[in-house]
Design a protein around this ligand. Structure first.
Ligand code: 5AD
Ligand code: SF4
Length: 452
């Protein structure tokens, strides 16, 4: 912190962060709170009366910017009620992509900062506090953002997230991420393992490694993700490992071997495929075919027979015909997914697909999305039903909605409710599944545990 920033650190202040979008944003919001803590900022549950409000925004699909402007309208009134004391910051990918537009349309915003500049927040707050007009930082600094953030400070609880990689060099035709998050950067294995150890010491039992292209991670030590997972599985007290989001092109033998060998690595992988049509996959610049994806799914299931998959799909990419869409439906039928996210293609300014000919009419996108979602819903329901009668470990993270209930997550991230004692919260316990709902499971603590 420089002298100017330290001068601002006088009294206790209240910070409220509103987060949209992916887990990386959730993680980044935590890190922004961490860098502001030395200035006296403490988390506040609501923006009402806060000294600073940060909107951590997402630009991945439609209407993101509009949501930000409407939230800013609400906050403007609160800022006026505070006699202008409230510092208003817009962070994240909308800030990166539309920083100038934000300041033009919402001049009461004090700070606009892109995802690569969070370590500069204390200086920016100091500058904004001097009331010298808005502060904007959306450059991609030459130095590594990871080198400038402090070690994560706040404990994250039983299931924690750890960003190990950021940015993307893949340039899928439809996607803004390479423009808003910049080039791929990996954190060193040593830094990742040190942070993981700290999280476990603070009570985390599960860690999800995060990155826009997490399986493209490569440590300065020459390691790949499979090797990193192997090292992390050795950390005493760390029971569960996950990683998200991956690209099919970056699945390698080391990673399949990690799935085969590491019981802590959960048998559930989110692996976006986007389309099942080779023509559309090529237009999307995905650089793999539908059959290559089928082969990856097969290899994962060979490595780990209890493996379940989740994915992302886009319908209505420019040029997508009915036959292309049918190829996507066929891929879903062939591979089968435990859950999935599906979206209508949305034109993102500045991306290659946005200006492509043969945009698909909205009504057609709607129809395809409904058909795909119906199929995916059926598969999710079937997967949940197939869990009934099985016994698997559930990591309990809190109380359930009904008295006497505790709730946790299955290896497949399904929410699971059981009647059980609160002292099991924080433990991984074998649970026998007795009922399946569309989005959750009900179980009983297994006999094994009761007699233990
Ligand atoms: N339109 C629709 N969906 C998109 N996604 C990314 N960009 C777009 C877009 N322009 C989806 C992809 C990606 C997920 C995070 O969001 O499926 O995997
Ligand atoms: Fe976007 Fe493609 Fe990179 Fe994923 S791999 S972040 S979809 S450009």
């Amino acid at each position: 912190m420089d002298a100017e920033a330290r001068d601002t650190a006088t009294s206790r202040k209240r910070l409220h962060v509103i987060t949209w979008g992916c887990q990386m944003n959730v993680y980044d919001s935590g890190r922004m709170a961490d860098v502001l803590a030395p200035l006296g900022y403490e988390p506040a549950a609501s923006p009402e009366g806060a000294d600073m409000v940060i909107l951590n925004t997402c630009h991945i699909r439609d209407k993101a910017a509009e949501k930000v402007f409407s939230e800013l309208g609400r906050l403007r009134r609160m800022k006026e009620a505070s006699d202008g004391r409230m510092i208003l910051a817009v962070a994240g990918c909308v800030a990166q992509a539309e920083g100038a537009e934000i300041l033009a349309r919402a001049p009461f915003v004090d700070i606009v900062l892109g995802p690569q500049t969070y370590h500069k927040l204390p200086e920016m707050v100091a500058r904004a506090s001097r009331a010298g007009g808005a502060v904007i930082e959306t450059d991609f600094p030459a130095e590594d953002k990871f080198d400038h953030l402090p070690d994560a400070a706040a404990p994250q609880g039983i299931a924690a997230f750890l960003t190990i990689q950021e940015g993307c060099d893949k340039f899928c035709s439809f996607c803004v991420v390479p423009y808003t998050r910049g080039a791929e950067q990996s954190r060193s294995a040593a830094a990742v393992i040190a942070e993981a150890r700290r999280l476990v010491a603070q009570g985390s039992v599960e860690i999800s490694l995060l990155g826009q292209n997490v399986n493209a991670w490569h440590g300065t030590e020459g390691w790949g993700l499979g090797r990193l997972l192997r090292a992390m599985a050795e950390i005493p007290g760390l029971k569960r490992l996950r990683y998200t989001t991956s690209h099919p092109r970056d699945m390698d033998d080391e990673l399949y071997a990690a799935h085969r060998d590491l019981p802590a690595l959960m048998p559930f992988l989110h692996l976006p495929v986007q389309s099942g049509s080779d023509r559309i996959l090529a237009a999307m610049n995905r650089k793999h075919t539908a059959d290559e994806f089928r082969a990856i799914a097969r290899k994962l299931r060979e490595a780990r027979p209890d493996m379940a998959l989740s994915s992302d799909f886009i319908v209505g990419h420019p040029g997508e015909t009915e036959a292309d869409f049918e190829a996507t439906m066929q891929l879903v039928r062939d591979v089968t997914f435990a859950m999935a996210y599906s979206f209508k293609y949305s034109q993102r300014p500045g991306t290659p697909a946005a200006g492509a000919p043969m945009q698909v009419p909205e009504a057609e996108k709607d129809r395809r999305l409904q058909a795909l979602q119906a199929l995916l819903r059926d598969q999710q329901a079937a997967f949940n039903r197939s869990c009934v009668g099985l016994t698997f470990p559930v990591l309990f993270t809190g109380t359930g909605r009904h008295p006497g209930q505790i709730a946790g997550r299955s290896p497949y991230l399904q929410p699971v409710h059981v009647v059980g004692p609160v002292d099991l919260i924080g433990s991984e316990v074998p649970v026998t599944i007795v009922a399946a709902h569309p989005n959750s499971l009900a179980g009983t603590i297994s006999q094994e545990r009761r007699s233990a």
